[in-house]
Write a protein that binds this ligand. Structure first.
Ligand code: SF4
Length: 319
């Protein structure tokens, strides 16, 4: 075994023996020293959400990344999210605690494949979900998130739209618009694990509960829900709803925040299978190691960054 690896494992064991509170304390000190901000997605481990300055969905995180004054952004999410932060704030140091935290959905389309689709549909604008690489964003007219895809689609003059990379999100958009949506064939490996039978079973167990599902779910799952919402939408809905019980059809990490912010209410995952292994690659120890060693820094080639930024800025102007 490589000696650095042995050392990392040893350090990790020591930190594992240290309490979460101690590690969180060290992270807080480093945050001040580095003038850093920690941004975490709603699907992150609870321990990571608890040390973050801001926890949110892709749209909220993009907005925070664009407006923060901090010199260092520690991004606890998957790679494309940290890359988006770097695109918006090139002068800042953006770190991701684990380089292998990648979104399989974002990996399902490449920029050369998108160029081919564009050539087949000249004049049709490209709307890409934020879950795409910088090089795909660079080939995109406007980005969207799960909370603003309809607004973004409505803002375009064209009756035909190329939508990448999620086919379920595209189907959901198609169900809401008269425009012709040309979908790419990607999908989220986590959300397709949520099946109609899971919703039916949970409804039987909790007949008073409201069912909230994410639009990355299959349409037959969406058809059984009370509300289809982004993760940020779920957080707001649960807070303001008079209901006391909720069945949650998205990645299970969000339940930590829902419970924390609504202590009197009950939240049940549609299925325990809806876990994104990539989102769970980052833990508290990795956040600390990332800040101590200033690793792993995100870099985006400037020509790609500028083009990708246009697509993100256009979205941020619409919302
Ligand atoms: Fe990608 Fe799905 Fe995981 Fe989100 S939950 S990071 S879309 S694989």
């Amino acid at each position: 075994m490589d000696s650095r690896f042995k050392f990392l494992n040893y350090s990790r064991r020591i930190y594992k023996m240290t309490s979460t509170k101690d590690i969180a304390g060290e992270i807080a000190e480093l945050k001040k020293k580095l003038n850093a901000v920690i941004l975490a997605h709603n699907y992150q481990l609870g321990e990571v959400q608890d040390v973050a300055d801001y926890v949110g969905d892709s749209l909220g995180l993009s907005q925070q990344a664009a407006k923060t004054d901090a010199g260092v952004i520690v991004f606890c999410g998957v790679y494309f999210m940290a890359e988006t932060a770097k695109i918006l704030s090139p002068e800042k140091t953006v770190l991701i605690p684990d380089m292998n935290a990648r979104c399989p959905l974002a990996a399902m389309i490449k920029s050369d494949e998108l160029r081919k689709v564009k050539a087949e549909h000249p004049g049709a604008p490209v709307v890409s979900y934020i879950n795409t690489t910088a090089s795909v964003k660079a080939e995109t007219d406007v980005c969207c998130t799960s909370s603003n895809l309809l607004k973004v689609s409505d803002s375009l003059d064209s009756d035909t739209i190329i939508f990448t990379p999620d086919k379920h999100l595209a189907a959901y958009l198609q169900s809401k618009t008269e425009k012709k949506i040309i979908p790419w064939h990607g999908y989220c490996l986590t959300h397709v694990k949520i099946l109609p039978e899971h919703i039916i079973r949970q409804r039987k167990l909790h007949p008073e509960a409201k069912v909230l599902v994410h639009p990355e779910c299959r349409l037959d799952v969406i058809g059984l829900a009370d509300e289809t919402l982004s993760t940020g939408g779920m957080i707001r809905y649960a807070k303001s709803s008079p209901a006391n019980e909720f069945i949650i059809g998205t990645e299970t990490g969000i339940i930590h925040r829902l419970k924390k912010e609504n202590p009197g209410k009950k939240f049940y995952p549609a299925t325990e299978l809806a876990v994104c292994p990539n989102m769970k690659k980052i833990d508290l120890w990795k956040v600390l190691a990332s800040m101590k060693n200033m690793e792993h820094e995100i870099r985006v080639p400037e020509d790609i960054r500028k083009k990708a930024k246009k697509a993100i800025d256009r979205m941020l102007e619409i919302v």
